[in-house]
Design a protein. Structure first.
Length: 205
């Protein structure tokens, strides 16, 4: 083989390798680059009837409606303006069952006067059964006796009644001497005095 042919072959191989090494990014295959960035999520409004909290403060979400002396525990809260799908209501419409994920059954109950409900059919539901405790709490009598404070009975003071009140009595003075009126005695004494004065006057003459 002639020398110039060998040089041409070597030059061709060198140019091919250089083209592969310095290939521009625009000429690279499109599948080599992976897309980056966050994928946008699509949010929407709940379909069907839903409730909106109209009360100016947060409201309680209970495990069941409160009526006829039955009270169910609070399982969560809803903030003012927050919405939730409405699943049903009580016969009187005072309590509304909503979809509330994260609690047993993913449902809860809210008080109807604190929310507004969008138009739509809301079925009437029966309240859930009352929850019965699995164990009955008992108090250890030994532990209770350790914290019991003994009470020493104290005798009440005896009551001594006060002596009876003595009301003084006043005896009226006698009206006269020997049953004679005092006025008559005074008149008689006056007449005697006058008579004695007249006798003394006549003797003096």
């Amino acid at each position: 083989m002639r020398p110039w042919i060998k040089i041409a072959l070597l030059l061709t191989v060198f140019l091919s390798l250089a083209g592969m090494l310095f290939l521009s990014p625009a000429q690279a295959p499109a599948a080599a680059q992976q897309p980056t960035g966050s994928v946008p999520t699509v949010t929407g409004t709940p379909s069907g009837p839903f409730i909106t909290v109209t009360y100016e403060e947060q409201i309680n979400v209970r495990a069941g409606p409160v009526f006829s002396g039955l009270s169910y525990p609070v399982v969560g809260v809803l903030l003012p303006g927050q919405t939730a799908p409405a699943l049903g209501k009580t016969a009187g419409g005072e309590w509304i069952q909503i979809y509330y994920p994260g609690v047993p059954g993913d449902v809860g109950w809210v008080y109807a006067p604190l929310v507004s409900i969008s138009p739509g059919f809301v079925p009437i539901l029966l309240p859930p059964p009352t929850q019965t405790p699995q164990t009955t709490p008992t108090i250890n009598p030994t532990l209770a006796a350790a914290f019991a404070i003994p009470l020493t009975p104290t005798r009440l003071p005896t009551f001594t009644p006060a002596p009876p009140v003595q009301v003084p009595t006043f005896t009226p003075a006698p009206a006269g001497v020997g049953g004679v009126p005092m006025g008559l005695v005074i008149v008689v004494l006056a007449l005697i005095g006058i008579f004695g004065a007249v006798v003394s006057f006549l003797r003096g003459r």
